[in-house]
Design a protein around this ligand. Sequence first.
Ligand code: DCP
Ligand code: MG
Length: 415
Amino acid sequence: MSNGQDRVVALLDMDCFFVQVEQRQNPHLRNKPCAVVQYNSWRGGGIVSVSYEARAFGVTKSMWADDAKKLCPDLLLAQVLESRGKANLTKYREASAEVMEVMSRFAMIERASIDEAFVDLTSTVRERLQKLQGQPVSADLLPTTYIEGFPQGLTTAEGTVEKEEMRKQGLLQWLDSLQSDNTSSPELQLTVGAVIVEEMRAAIERQTGLQCSAGISHNKVLAKLACALHKPNRQTLVSHGSVPQVFSQMPISKVRHLGGKLGASIIEILGIEYMGELTQFTESQLQSHFGEKNGSWLYAMCRGIEHEPVRPRQVTKTLGCGKNFPGKTALVTREQVQWWLLQLAQELEERLTKDRNDNDRVATQLAVSIRVLGDKRLSSLRRCCALTHYDAHKMSQDAFAAIRNYNTSGIQTEW
Ligand code: DCP
Ligand code: MG
């Protein structure tokens, strides 16, 4: 078994992505407190992305725009386009594809969401180290990099030092501690990985005008955590040695894969709060509570070790669309249900056709899922059927057939 330091993995995540896409299009929105809303007739619309200027006022995602305006009266708003009565995300998907294209020039990427991707830089780093021939890495190549846990043993009172000054001191201390002639040093490999990620981010900004942050570490979980440590427009290196300190105060639910049920049961069953506290349990204890696979994963993960590969995938595996009908907007007749299924199917038909042309592939399965109000699960009901034709009418009829038995009204024409 490896010691978990054999790979260099990075996660890049765009900063306030939808806001940046709108700011690129409309210069009046740049460098201002700004947010993107979806729909706007109810309480000014729901906020889906917030500029960092607006975050300083306490504006957050999922707030109503009317409430956000109370916190930040000068807040500028942009609206997500609507087609067929629902949000149309085409503009952001296209910007996402631009970004992914630039990233994939550097290395194999795994698209993880509309605005983030993992990269495995292991072999790219090895090649770069050969070119460097033992030359030390210069701090100039890492202008936006934070080293987690550094500077160590600082004598100055922390509050009196500027953030940028601290970053530089930490970086210089870290670079001094590296043995630049030992190409098998995991710390040196991460550092060269960070140099490459600086280049990737600069290329993304030059080519698309969009900024992002990044995390560099030995696995996906740590890379993702690292990325969030110094947003926006910065990147953070988390070494194996910094894991105990990072995990000592890291709430369990903040760790990738532990945001849901498993994380909640760990907190409840073991009575702990932070990721680091998991190290006090043996592997078999963890397995007895959470199953063999989860137990082993947790035992290694809390020590900073994880092996999930970065899978080559630049496009999404599934293509989906949906709409919520809260409160009074609830669908109550068969006609309404069928009409909305057709609207969704029309969007699907359009996107499937484009996907077939762009990516040379066809979809074979159609899944319909329904979530009823108050259900905490992702879906209350999910049914699948074959997808044989990219035809909105056919898809909406098949979808209706798949869910018709779910109608609880007892009357065919009512829902
Ligand atoms: N998004 C959305 N609804 C959500 C969450 C996100 O529509 N509930 C969209 C809008 C975001 C984009 O996805 O711009 C990316 O999501 P992120 O969580 O990465 O958020 P941002 O990129 O906006 O901000 P950050 O700088 O924190 O990454
Ligand atoms: Mg983002």
